[in-house]
Ligand binder design. Structure first.
Ligand SMILES: [Zn+2]
Length: 91
């Protein structure tokens, strides 16, 4: 293992509100400092509690490549058959 930074890692923290390991996103507070928020409920996670996981590591906790039931949420998505892999695909 070298010291290269992971290129694809997602912050995950135990969320007290969701009562589970929740996927988080990076945000900035009013002082422009980086904070980590739960993607489900926007609760700010303790920085020390955040783990950076790869996409493969997200799957056991319910994220990763699995689309929610009913498809991706787009009106034109027929139950996951629209072939989208990630929201970022749309430029
Ligand atoms: Zn939460």
């Amino acid at each position: 293992m070298d010291a290269a930074e992971p290129t694809t890692a997602f912050p995950v923290a135990r969320c007290a509100t969701c009562e589970r390991d929740a996927l988080c996103h990076v945000d900035l507070d009013e002082g422009e400092r980086q904070i980590i928020r739960c993607i489900e409920c926007a609760t700010i996670a303790e920085p020390l509690a955040v783990r950076w996981l790869t996409l493969a590591e997200l799957e056991p906790i319910g994220y990763g490549l699995v689309l929610p039931e009913g498809g991706c949420g787009r009106p034109d998505c027929g139950g996951g058959r629209c072939g989208r892999s990630a929201p970022e695909d749309e430029a």
